[in-house]
Write a protein that binds this ligand. Structure first.
Ligand code: NAD
Length: 341
């Protein structure tokens, strides 16, 4: 059993902690939390050991929430730390993990240099084997890479990608973020950082991305144009997607035409927190012309990187090969392939 600690218990951290609890080869040591807020109360309700900073222990005591020790104690007890703290904080935490010779998984809000390798399970699992530090790329990059590597591996070599990313403005719990009535090119410069991030995994791919922030909290949406090395048919793309767990199709026939309806289906299916670990591709959007492919998909930003965090832990300790790890992660998280419904 690999002993895993999760430092930073917000949108990503709470989901990764729950996913670790479901793995047959992992044990959750506890979670690192700075404030005794509602998320700490939920962690306590779930029976997770809570660790905090030296300076926050009193605050937790006052709130009546028992702590198991300091975050440093948690690091000492673990084999690996999944750092899910806000952008740039992971880099500051890294020396603590390395001081005790621990492995660490960082998130996409960190610069690529934070880790030995940037990671996407469907693209470069093998490169992460035995790496002490691994960075799971962001939600947008994870979904871009899943789609690109699937087409590349199962249909035809991808020579060029042009993508427009409509980014959700905030996660549902974030009450202080916006915009609430504007579209903001973000970044305003082209290419957006997502292309560079894809290149941390597929180094030689010709990719340009553009991004805009939209007033929604549910999902991101991507509009992609790929140039492949040979002529492709829509049927080939559909069968590659249907054959790939972590990618799901929605058909126009099901009357699912928006991110709101996708999330409603996740609710109706009883997905915990309405989480969709899969990238959700609109079947009707898939269009081919010669060697060009166009498609659209939605990305549930809160959940999509969770399976990659789990696979990254296994790769870091060389516990098993890519396919075996992906299968276990998919089975334990009930990740589907085929149609969403
Ligand atoms: P979040 O703000 O929801 O959660 C971060 C948590 O870490 C908060 O509870 C915060 O109080 C805590 N924290 C801050 N400093 C800490 C420290 N020094 N020690 C311990 N805890 C600390 O953030 P998030 O959305 O979960 O993002 C975490 C990382 O995941 C970022 O790198 C982000 O870019 C990445 N990411 C986020 C999303 C998303 O959609 N939210 C998707 C993919 C990747």
């Amino acid at each position: 059993m690999i002993k895993v600690a999760v430092n930073g218990y917000g949108t990503i951290g709470k989901r990764v902690a729950d996913a670790i609890k479901l793995q047959p080869d992992m044990m959750l040591i506890g979670i690192g939390k700075l404030h005794p807020d509602y998320e700490a109360l939920i962690a306590r309700k779930k029976g997770y050991n809570i660790y905090t900073s030296e300076s926050s222990i009193q605050e937790f005591k006052k709130a009546g929430i028992e702590v198991a020790g300091t975050i440093e104690d948690m690091v000492k007890e673990s084999d690996i730390v999944v750092d899910a703290t806000p952008d740039g904080v992971g880099e500051k935490n890294k020396p603590l993990y390395l001081r005790y010779g621990k492995h660490a998984i960082f998130q996409g809000g960190e610069e690529p240099e934070v880790a030995d390798v940037s990671f996407s399970a469907l693209c470069n699992y093998d490169e992460a084997i035995n790496k002490q530090t691994i960075r799971v790329v962001s939600c947008n990059t994870t979904s871009l890479l899943r789609v690109i590597c699937t087409i590349n591996n199962k249909v035809s070599k991808v020579n060029k990608v042009r993508a427009t990313i409509v980014r959700r403005a905030a996660d549902p719990k974030e009450v202080k973020k916006g915009p609430i009535n504007s579209l903001i090119p973000n970044p305003a410069s082209i290419p957006s950082h997502h292309a560079k991030d894809v290149n941390t995994v597929i180094k030689d791919l010709d990719i340009i991305t553009m991004a805009v922030v939209a007033p929604t909290t549910l999902m991101h949406m991507h509009f992609i144009n790929m140039t492949l090395s040979s002529e492709v048919k829509k049927e080939d793309i559909i069968s590659a997607i249907l054959d790939t767990p972590r990618l799901l199709l929605v058909s126009g026939k099901s009357k699912i035409n928006s991110t709101a309806e996708i999330i409603e289906v996740a609710r109706d299916l009883g997905r915990y927190r309405n989480d969709l670990y899969e990238v959700i591709l609109f079947e009707d959007s898939i269009y081919t012309k010669g060697n060009e492919l166009f498609l659209m998909y939605g990305v549930h930003q809160e959940a999509v990187v969770v399976p990659e965090n789990i696979d990254a832990i296994r790769a870091s300790f060389s516990l098993m090969n890519a396919q075996d790890s992906i299968n276990i992660t998919n089975n334990t998280l009930n990740i589907m392939k085929g149609y969403l419904i």
